[in-house]
Design a protein around this ligand. Structure first.
Ligand code: PMT
Length: 397
């Protein structure tokens, strides 16, 4: 419920992407936001107000003369109560009108009369988006302090391919969350590892573990939301890269080591969430091992480099954060790892809580002591961890 207590007005203008706004309302409400929808007349040709009313649990406003507003001032009253006005989709015509300060329908009048920030998510044909007039209008809006989410590039409803697609609802939700998140890591470069590693035995088999990547991906998203530039070195997982995060996909611990060491010196913070295999196969077979190739194969293992310890030992290197998944004696083992790797902060979790699921329990250990966090989703814990890191690195009091 990252948006609990936040009041949003969602303006929907006419365009085929209006159907995606319905899913956006669902996602915003699921995150705890109160969503008041206002539609342009054009939008009602694509989706009915009833759909938005059902999803938001509130009546939808369509024009500024709506009799439900006792003072007949819908254009003022709606935005006065809002923390954010988001227009998605925002058509080329709408962007042109609001960049010129026009107030010729409810949505445009609301934009002009608002006392809250405005985000727009453009959606239009690629030629319309690339037209100098639209580019001029968008540049004017940006200069006026309006946030622009997207557009994305790809196949369009008209059959053409190019820029102008509205961002997907999940991407818009991320944009809204980014907007509200305190920017405690603004200007910082954060490097992370996440997921398992895969150590090849032969061409098709290997040694890996049950890390899903969820904890590390949540920390990456939280760091991005806090304003950092984030690079995520990820072992093989079935997750999409968080919006705005650069992902470097790797397989083995050696790959992960190389990818991290190439970037560590240029990072301010390194957070090692990955469950890295301690050992790899000394001589992986290039072909698939055959059962009848001389009995049970003996697999010789050799130690992998300790990525976190190496980064922590870099002179003038980043602020290092480790993770420890233990099956017992969490405090003793996590602290031992922290001191051995010479890192200022380690997040301990019990193996049975941490691996795989959507929730976790974390206990943070640093020079000041022990900081248990209440059990929560990995997203909530990630945010708390990032706040803790921001405090320790002096970004917030
Ligand atoms: O991915 P999920 O399913 O969400 O699960 C999350 C998690 C349980 C994997 C995560 O929360 C976690 O605890 N990760 C660390 C697992 C662990 O116990 O690692 P470790 O004890 O092997 O290593 C300690 C620290 O050193 C870790 O930060 C690890 O990334 C790092 N390390 C370890 C070995 C190595 N060769 N290089 C490293 O950088």
């Amino acid at each position: 419920m990252e948006l609990k207590g936040k009041r949003l007005v969602l303006g929907v203008t006419g365009g085929i992407a209006a159907y995606k706004a319905a899913e956006l309302v669902r996602l915003l409400v699921r995150e705890g936001a109160e969503v008041q929808v206002a539609m342009s007349e054009g939008a009602t040709h694509f989706v009915t107000p009833t759909t938005f009313q059902a999803l938001s649990g509130r009546p939808v406003y369509l024009d500024q003369w709506d009799a439900r507003m006792p003072n007949a001032m819908a254009h003022i009253d709606l935005s006065r109560q809002a923390d954010l006005l988001l227009v998605a989709p925002a058509s080329a015509d709408f962007l042109a009108r609001i960049s010129a300060g026009m107030a010729d329908d409810l949505l445009a009048t609301m934009v002009l009369a608002r006392d809250c920030p405005l985000l727009v998510a453009p959606a239009m044909n690629r030629q319309m988006w690339e037209n100098p007039a639209t580019q001029r209008n968008v540049a004017q809006l940006v200069a006026d302090g309006v946030g622009v989410l997207g557009p994305a590039s790809g196949a369009q409803a008209c059959g053409e391919v190019g820029p102008g697609r509205m961002l997907e609802p999940a991407e818009l939700l991320a944009g809204v969350m980014d907007f509200f998140a305190p920017k405690t890591l603004a200007g910082r470069r954060v490097l992370l590892t996440a997921g398992p590693t895969f150590e090849a035995i032969d061409a098709v088999r290997g040694i890996t573990n049950l890390s899903s990547g969820r904890m590390g991906y949540a920390v990456a998203a939280a760091a991005r939301r806090a304003g950092a530039a984030v690079t995520l070195v990820s072992g093989p997982v079935a997750l999409d890269a968080p919006v705005g995060v650069e992902r470097v996909a790797v397989q083995s611990a050696l790959d992960m080591h190389a990818a991290v060491m190439a970037r560590a010196a240029a990072s301010d913070i390194f957070i090692a969430v990955a469950a890295v295999a301690d050992y790899r196969v000394a001589r992986p077979a290039a072909h698939k091992l055959k059962k009848d190739e001389g009995g049970v194969p003996a697999i010789e293992l050799i130690e992998n480099p300790d990525i976190l310890a190496e980064v922590a030992a870099l002179p003038g290197g980043p602020f290092c954060v480790g993770f420890a998944a233990e099956s017992q004696n969490l405090e003793a083992y996590a602290q031992k790892k922290r001191l051995k790797k010479k890192i200022p902060l380690i997040a301990g979790n019990l193996m049975q809580d941490g691996f795989g699921g959507s929730d976790n329990r974390l206990v943070l250990f640093d020079d000041q002591g022990t900081h248990p966090l209440p059990p929560a989703s990995k997203e909530v814990l990630a945010r708390q961890l990032i706040e803790h890191i921001a405090r320790l690195t002096g970004e917030i009091a």
